[in-house]
Write a protein that binds this ligand. Structure first.
Ligand code: NAD
Ligand code: UFG
Length: 336
């Protein structure tokens, strides 16, 4: 099947492209490279044979998107968007413009060209501060920052479109914490500037680019006092998209799934696992809690396990080993 991949040069998109090509799909990648490099496309092609057309462009360009979709595309996987929580509070209009207006542009293009299947990158952030864990898909939804609101708004928009069009298939995938890299070490996460997220921060301490890890809070009501999250290997996450497409392509309706492992890992457990796998020192100090952080968040992935016949299979050792392989083979990230 020919699939339009928006944001396919990015972290999760690039890994998903490899798995889709390996499964025999034909891809058109649309990315404006605002948070990625063209080198990622070369690396995807190196890792997986198969047809991949790359187009540098913006999802808000509805006529460009329509033009690409009209070339026999049958489905869209929609990764393109802005994703930094802190930045979203500084430049909220940019976040709504890219994430919400960008999705509307895509929806208009799908409507114009008769493409009826979309898989959307949502986030566990839509659960806000959950009252209990593990989290199931029917938990109450809320947001505390423009990034989270943009994800909730897009979920609502796509759900309304599915309600209005009896032929549309909308799958909302709520990712927990994607980490790790392709086991080849050729593609991985390449953040701009100082990373906000735990795994790339630890990687850069291990390689010596950053002096120490600040552990945000050691007084949470968790087993070691540090925050707990459901980290999921990016290859497992990518395979979740393939499973969603297999299950719901051309099956009209609106579907929503948690993509997580179902297991929580603390900040200190992650730091210790990474230090062991990399055989590097990872100095750390305790720092105050980061505003907006919650104590613990992990998924109940049983809906996806059953309905999609999908399960996260890679464990913590795979996550840290593969992240370290990517970091040590590409200390400066992708070449320009
Ligand atoms: P990423 O920044 O690596 O990838 C996003 C890609 O979209 C980038 O290549 C960027 O250049 C592109 N892009 C941005 N604006 C665009 C536009 N207007 N037109 C075309 N391309 C555009 O991010 P990622 O980590 O791969 O995340 C992919 C998706 O998953 C995002 O929607 C993100 O919000 C969501 N998500 C990510 C995480 C995470 O922790 N990484 C967690 C939950 C959800
Ligand atoms: N942490 C540190 N030090 C750091 C960075 C993070 O101690 O330098 C801690 C945080 O306090 C938290 C844990 O590591 O306890 C994970 O933090 P991340 O920033 O890696 O991830 P978050 O859970 O805060 O958020 C991520 C994405 C969101 C997404 C969410 C759920 O950034 O966009 O996962 O998918 F919504």
């Amino acid at each position: 099947m020919k699939i339009l991949i928006t944001g396919g040069a990015g972290y999760i998109g690039s890994h998903t492209c490899v798995e889709l090509l390996n499964a025999g799909h034909e891809l058109v990648v649309l990315d404006n490279l605002s948070n990625s490099k063209h080198a990622a496309i070369h690396r995807i092609r190196e890792l997986a044979a198969g047809p991949l057309e790359f187009v540098k462009g913006d999802i808000r360009d509805t006529s460009l998107v329509s033009n690409l979709l009209s070339q026999q595309c049958q489905a869209v996987i929609h990764f393109a968007g802005l994703k930094a929580v802190g930045e979203s509070t500084q430049i909220p209009a940019d976040y709504y413009e890219t994430n919400v207006s960008g999705t509307l542009s895509l929806a208009r293009a799908m409507d114009a060209t008769g493409v009826k299947t979309i898989v959307f990158s949502s986030s566990a952030t839509v659960y806000g501060d959950p009252s209990t864990v593990p989290i199931t898909e029917d938990f109450p939804l809320s947001a505390t920052n423009p990034y989270g609101w943009s994800k909730l708004m897009v979920e609502q928009i796509l759900s309304d479109l599915a309600q209005a069009d009896p032929k549309l298939s909308v799958t909302l995938l709520r990712y927990f914490n994607p980490v790790g890299a392709h086991p080849s070490g050729r593609i991985g996460e390449d953040p701009n500037g100082i990373p906000n997220n735990l795994m790339p921060y630890i990687s850069q301490v291990a390689i010596g680019k950053l002096p120490e890890l600040s552990v945000f809070g050691n007084d949470y009501p968790t087993r070691d006092g540090t925050g707990i999250r459901d980290y999921i290997h990016v290859v497992d996450l990518s395979l979740g998209h393939l499973a969603a497409l297999n299950a719901h392509h051309d099956q009209a309706g609106r579907y929503v799934y948690n993509l997580g492992t179902g297991h929580g890992v603390s900040v200190l457990e992650m730091r210790n696992a990474f230090a062991k796998a990399s055989e590097r020192e990872i100095p750390y100090r305790f720092a105050p809690r980061r505003p907006g952080d919650i104590a613990a968040c992990w998924a109940d992935p049983s809906l996806a396990n059953g309905a999609l016949n999908w399960r996260a299979e890679r464990g913590l050792l795979d996550m840290v080993s593969d992240a370290w392989k990517w970091q040590s083979m590409n200390p400066q990230g992708y070449p320009d």
